[in-house]
Design a binder for this molecule. Structure first.
Ligand code: FAD
Length: 396
């Protein structure tokens, strides 16, 4: 039985702690806030629900959403109906659920701010409440903002997105996603059980916070979303580049990073909850087997190649052009015209379809213009010959 300290009790830390405690280890989770309303959309895709059915099968308040409206920079709109819904939680509720599971599994949960860690000796140490505590292994699950980095480097502005948003006392039934011209990011409106989380994310290297706030405020005005009584938030979100994922050290002999701290976030969509929970689970399993070295191989097999693929195409998606128009605008136009493309996008959005197997599904199913469009965004060779279902060719 080993002593494991988990610094950070968000989704990644709570999942990792639960996995280890269940295997009989002595686990302490230390978090300065515990179950708090972390700035977040709170949306969980089908792959998260499929991996962790308890996220759906519980009596806690959550919103199940089956419809998404995509809005282009010139205000064209297309609606996606998802066979597999997105489940949206308030983060205070989600964190509480995951920490309760960790407690039931046997973790000791402590509220404290960790101000330093030291991994130089065989037994790593952390400083909390003015006292040093040691363990056999230290898991760092303290999110994107933390500066507790043993033998690794902080994320740079080009590897981060800035986010701003409002928690608004109002509710809706559909998710909205809005793209902006020459903007690397998007605005979202995520309905929760008793409020909306409306926010914007944008590359920290490419955009200023004033630019983000101006886009966000223009959106809420245009959509006539009243912000009286709304609470404003801002936070950072990892947006890994290919080399972040392949080269930044996330593990040493007696420590490992999980979740946002490791930058396991989809740089195209900003989805991080699934990767936080999955990386926590995979590290927990590997440590419980006494084989920490399996952690990175498992992450690679389960999701990091998909994140690398997203990192390769993200700029082309937000900045690229197709047939003279912005990729995001063309995407909305194609969605209005092609039922097959709508189904594909709905599966991508809800997390049923991953990026890597997209190519196999693509050829032969879509009309030539839509296939060429996707090939250009994904940087694939266009198909030699594909059939053209009526309505799939974009004109004008
Ligand atoms: C605005 C915004 C919207 C988002 N929307 C979505 C979405 O809709 N769907 C999705 O999948 N992902 C979304 N994400 C990403 C998602 O929030 C993260 O990927 C996820 O929270 C990562 O989980 P984590 O456990 O790694 O880190 P966190 O959830 O950040 O948890 C880290 C924990 O560490 C604690 N901590 C930090 N420093 C210390 C310290 N020094 N001492 C003690 N405790 C400490 C914090 O209190 C916190 O509880 C969004 C992110 C942002 C910023």
């Amino acid at each position: 039985m080993a002593e494991i300290a988990v610094v950070g009790g968000g989704p990644s830390g709570a999942m990792c702690g639960a996995e280890l405690a269940r295997a009989g280890h002595c686990v302490a989770i230390i978090d300065e806030h515990l179950a708090w309303e972390k700035p977040c959309g709170g949306g969980l895709t089908h792959k998260a629900i499929q991996s962790y059915p308890f996220l759906l099968d519980n009596p806690l308040p959550k919103k199940i959403v089956r419809s998404v409206e995509l809005i282009s920079s010139d205000d064209h709109r297309a609606r996606l109906d998802m066979t597999h819904p997105i489940v949206i939680y308030s983060r205070a509720v989600l964190n509480g659920l995951l920490l309760d599971r960790a407690t039931v599994a046997g973790c000791k949960i402590r509220r404290a701010h960790v101000t330093a860690i030291d991994t130089c000796e065989t037994r790593p140490r952390y400083l909390a409440g003015g006292e040093w505590h040691s363990a056999d292994f230290l898991v760092l699950a303290a999110g994107a903002r933390n500066r507790l980095l043993p033998d690794t480097r902080p994320l740079e502005p080009a590897e981060l997105e800035m986010t701003q948003g409002y928690f608004i006392p109002q509710t809706k039934d559909a998710i909205q996603i809005k793209f902006m011209s020459e903007f690397e990011g998007y605005i979202w409106s995520f309905p929760r059980s008793d409020h909306l989380s409306v926010g914007i994310c944008g590359s920290m290297a490419a955009h200023s916070s004033a630019e983000l706030r101006a886009h966000l405020d223009a959106f809420v005005r245009h959509e006539k979303i009243p912000i009286d009584g709304a609470r404003f938030y801002s936070h950072v979100l990892p947006s890994p580049q290919e080399q972040t994922l392949s080269q930044r050290p996330v593990m040493g002999p007696n420590w490992a990073l999980i979740g946002d701290a490791a930058a396991w976030v989809d740089p195209l969509t900003g989805e991080g909850l699934f990767y936080a929970m999955k990386s926590g689970e995979l590290l927990g399993k590997s440590l419980a087997e006494g084989a920490p070295e399996k952690y990175l191989a498992r992450v690679k097999a389960v999701f990091s190649s998909d994140l690398e693929f997203a990192a390769r195409i993200v700029r082309r998606f937000y900045r690229g052009k197709f047939l003279g128009g912005a990729v995001t605008t063309r995407m909305v136009q194609f969605l209005r015209r092609s039922a097959v493309f709508r189904q594909l996008m709905s599966d991508l959005f809800s997390g049923v379809q991953d990026y890597r197997s997209l190519k196999r599904r693509l050829w032969g199913q879509l009309g030539i213009t839509v296939s060429d469009f996707i090939a250009s965004v994904l940087n694939l060779e266009p198909a030699a010959s594909v059939s053209v279902p009526p309505g799939d060719v974009l004109t004008g």
